[in-house]
Design a protein around this ligand. Structure first.
Ligand code: ADP
Ligand code: MG
Length: 288
């Protein structure tokens, strides 16, 4: 089967210009990216600031076109402008700041805005609005003003607005960066559910390690290149390498590593608090 997202040798160069508009330099933000994503996968892209994550996200939405290499989204070449509309319909985008994504003063109208713009018939719009709001757990807020909601709730409204356009894939560029811990959790939980229950392909861009543990596959970016890839367990077992790319490991993995260094027999790829507590309880039961 053809991958839903297929990047081969993807390069993006930004030109630096002076006041007259003359090119004074080139900034290679993506430097030969190979990424393949199957439909229905939950993929995380990890990377420190400036590693090229947002540039990659913009390519997935055909907001930027490749300087070199190719990118296909749902079989469509992003360098062909004629595909732009269909690509944006196939892969919806959720951005960092929820306030910039709110259009209407009423939640349900906000969520209906996208499908309305696409020319979806009114009855079908209301059906989608209801379904999307239920999917993100915000249906009871449908008559309220988005401005009254918390950051996490606003971000879930933004996700519902994308869902209402029935994309096959949602790209989220650091959707939790401006949220408090509770808001972060609610957004990540929503995203995971959309993937598992609705089969939506998810590309989650983040620098929070804890948000990555549920992904099927992780790509680690640095300096515009993919430096590591694998399952979350495979990637987080390589903590020294992650540190080189200015990334840390989840808190629980760090604690497990610390215990192992002190001689406690714990595997290298602990990702969840429950795993660690289970192991420690077993060790305790054996009286070691
Ligand atoms: P990230 O999202 O991982 O922080 P970005 O994709 O935003 O990374 O940026 C990657 C590199 O491209 C950085 O060096 C950044 O300064 C540069 N960059 C981003 N946007 C522009 C732009 N519009 N013009 C020139 N350089 C840019
Ligand atoms: Mg960014």
């Amino acid at each position: 089967m053809k991958p839903f997202i297929d990047a081969k040798g993807l390069v993006h160069e930004y030109s630096r210009r002076d006041e007259e508009g003359n090119v004074t330099g080139i900034n290679r933000a993506l430097d030969g990216i190979d990424i393949e994503v199957k439909a229905g996968d939950f993929i995380a892209v990890l990377g420190a600031n400036g590693s090229g994550k947002s540039t990659f996200a913009k390519h997935l939405n055909a907001l930027l076109v490749p300087t070199e290499g190719t990118l296909y989204v749902d079989g469509m070449d992003t360098s062909d402008q004629g595909n732009n509309l269909l690509i944006r319909q196939a892969a919806g985008m959720v951005f960092q700041n929820p306030d910039n994504q709110i259009i209407s003063n009423v939640v349900e109208e906000d969520v209906g805005f996208g499908p309305e713009n696409m020319g979806v018939p009114t009855e079908e719009i209301w059906r989608r609005v209801e379904e999307s709001l239920k999917n993100v757990g915000m249906y009871e807020y449908r008559k309220e003003s988005p401005n009254q909601l918390s950051g996490g709730q606003k971000q879930r409204i933004a996700i519902a607005g994308i869902m209402a356009m029935k994309p096959e894939c949602i790209v989220l560029d650091e959707p939790t960066a401006m949220l408090d811990p509770a808001g972060r959790k609610s957004v990540i939980k929503t995203v995971k559910e959309l993937n598992k229950k609705e089969g939506i392909t998810i590309i989650l861009i983040t620098h929070y390690m804890e948000e990555v543990t549920g992904a099927d596959f992780v790509y680690v970016m640095s300096g515009g290149q993919v430096k590591m890839k694998g399952t979350p367990r495979q990637v987080f077992a390589r903590s020294e390498e992650l540190a080189r790319y200015r990334l840390s490991i989840p808190e629980v993995t760090r604690i497990a590593n610390g215990l192992r260094k002190k001689g406690v027999n714990i595997p290298k790829d602990i990702l969840y608090t429950e795993e660690l507590t289970d192991i420690l309880l077993k060790i305790k039961a054996r009286g070691l």
